[in-house]
Design a protein around this ligand. Structure first.
Ligand code: ADP
Ligand code: MG
Length: 314
């Protein structure tokens, strides 16, 4: 099969960490041909969508990435398109999802652009609010401070378009930075921020569960540094093996039908103390760490699933 990966430049990829790298490696092992394109290399000419793209093959050994020369291919000529651009979900990303609508039904879109548009990674969790910590979304400092009091004077505030722990902060009554933090996160009242009840269980870790078509692929626990609130691997969280508990499976079964309906085939849930804090859909990661603990390459399972789904799509 022919796969297109729409993503950031390959020179930024981390061969032992990135999930997209693992997908490309598994695709190669299964004798598929992978191509790489940047978001701004996707274009439309007279109603047909194309990408300026190049072959990409990856290896565990240096130089890790080999790319061919750039050529123009029609999107419908790919069996599957992996949309793996890292956040933020900006205007360029939004237009990409609109262009991909032109090939709906002609190639597998992984994840579905409609789902990517609908599911802001922070706000989408609010559809499942019986599983989330108490949460408020507002740009008003008065509304935010009132809710902070309500949840016991201690909370976590985050931007709606962040990732990798960027901009996520503790908000505490009595802290002299409290007002400045709210001003910064809301751009002085001009931008929405999310404020959540602080979950003390975060000290034991933030569990990342990867789902493939609503089913559990695997999980890892990410423990924050002693001097940081945030568990993200990107900011120094350490990774340990974990199990997905029976209670967490109830949560997953409850939300899986919605994920499937929205075409969110590959999703990373963030669970702290059994509560859902985030539904990652743009380029969820963790498959390499999970595969090492599981002693098998979970990316191969994803590619095998994509093969079947792509055949059924075209
Ligand atoms: N409600 C919360 N209670 C305690 N810690 C939290 C909470 N929300 C987020 N965190 C911490 O902040 C980190 C990043 O938050 P998250 O909402 O997952 O955003 P990001 O998109 O940056 O990963 C989490 O891994 C966790 O360590
Ligand atoms: Mg997260």
């Amino acid at each position: 099969m022919r796969f297109l990966f729409v993503m950031d430049p390959m020179d930024r990829i981390l061969p032992d960490k990135d999930t997209t790298f693992a997908f490309q490696r598994a695709a190669g092992q299964r004798n598929h041909e992978s191509f790489h394109a940047l978001v701004n290399e996707v274009f439309v000419r007279e109603g047909r969508a194309f990408a300026q793209c190049r072959t990409v093959s990856v290896s565990d050994d240096a130089p890790h990435v080999t790319q061919g020369t750039t050529t123009t291919l029609a999107l419908e000529d790919f069996d599957a398109i992996f949309i793996r651009k890292d956040p933020p979900f900006d205007a360029a990303y939004l237009y990409l999802t609109h262009i991909l609508e032109l090939v709906r039904g002609k190639t597998l879109l992984f994840n579905d652009p409609r789902g990517l548009r609908d599911a802001n990674e922070k706000l989408y969790a609010l559809h499942f609010s019986k599983w989330t910590p108490r949460t408020l979304v507002s740009s008003s400092s008065d509304v935010l401070f009132a809710f902070l009091k309500d949840i016991g004077g201690k909370g976590v505030i985050k931007p709606l378009d962040g990732a990798g722990g960027s901009g996520v902060m503790m908000l505490a009554e009595g802290d002299q930075n409290m007002r400045a933090i709210v001003e910064t996160l809301t751009l002085e009242g001009r931008r929405l921020a999310m404020l959540q009840e602080y979950l003390p269980a975060v000290r034991k870790g933030d569990k990342r569960v990867l789902l493939l078509d609503g089913n559990v692929l695997g999980g890892i626990n990410r423990v924050p540094r002693a001097d940081d609130l945030r568990s993200n691997i990107h900011v120094g969280g350490s990774v340990e093996p974990t199990e997905v508990t029976a209670e967490e499976r109830v949560l997953i079964e409850d939300i899986a039908p919605r994920l499937r309906a929205d075409g969110l085939f590959f999703v990373g849930l963030d669970l702290i103390g059994g509560k859902l804090t985030e539904v990652n859909v743009t380029s969820p990661t963790g498959i390499q760490e999970m595969s090492r603990f599981a002693n098998r390459d979970l990316a191969v399972e994803v590619i095998a699933w994509v093969e079947t789904k792509a055949k059924a799509t075209r």
